[in-house]
Design a protein around this ligand. Structure first.
Ligand code: 5GP
Length: 179
């Protein structure tokens, strides 16, 4: 059922219901179960946005694997690039390991590209990407996205872990902004 919610100054309408999300998460999990069998992968969940996706994805995995949580902390860089995102919270030694980044959404792809570069410097065996959502029209960099649950247009969305100004992460469905 279509539902409208209000968060601060914005209105959002149901865009992807929970049942559809979970069906696609299960599909991606089956691909991962098949591809990652015997690799003992380390899933690196990028907080905050991916907490719900990570939880549902992990519940569908039946291979030996580990999960850990990292954050990308923004700080004002001194270089001309302005904002820089630094990886915090990675305590595991990833050298020689298969790492699967678990993200909420790939928009321009700049965050993901930077994250991959940071991880590659630590000599993993391979780094793969699993994302709940991709906005293909917005992608600015070349990225090989191994596992994507859903592709969406350019709308700004909230729910299922994603926020607007800190709010809205708790909703089971995904909502798109209407104005
Ligand atoms: P990128 O570097 O790919 O442009 O940005 C990725 C990050 O931007 C995501 O991890 C997410 O935090 C945020 N983001 C991009 N699009 C959306 C959106 O539609 N809704 C929300 N809530 N966050 C978004």
């Amino acid at each position: 059922m279509q539902q409208t919610i209000h968060i601060k100054d914005k209105r959002f309408r149901t865009f992807i219901p929970e049942a559809d999300i979970l069906r696609e998460v299960r599909r991606v999990a089956e691909e991962i179960n098949r591809d990652m069998a015997g690799k003992n992968p380390l899933f690196l969940s990028v907080l905050n946005g991916s907490f719900m996706f990570t939880s549902d994805l992990m519940k569908c995995l039946d291979i030996p694997c580990e999960v850990s949580f990292v954050k990308l902390a923004s700080y004002e860089g001194t270089s001309s690039t302005g904002k820089v995102k630094e990886l915090v919270g990675l305590n595991e030694d990833i050298s020689g390991r298969t790492v699967v980044i678990v993200e909420d959404i790939v928009d321009t792809g700049l965050t993901m590209k930077r994250l991959i570069e940071t991880l590659e410097a630590k000599s993993p065996k391979e780094v793969r990407i699993a994302t709940l959502l991709v906005k293909p029209e917005k992608l600015q960099v070349k990225l090989h996205i191994d596992y994507a649950a859903m592709e969406i247009p350019n709308d700004f969305i909230v729910g299922y872990g994603l926020d607007y100004d800190g709010l809205g992460r708790n909703y089971r469905d995904i909502y798109a902004v209407t104005d």
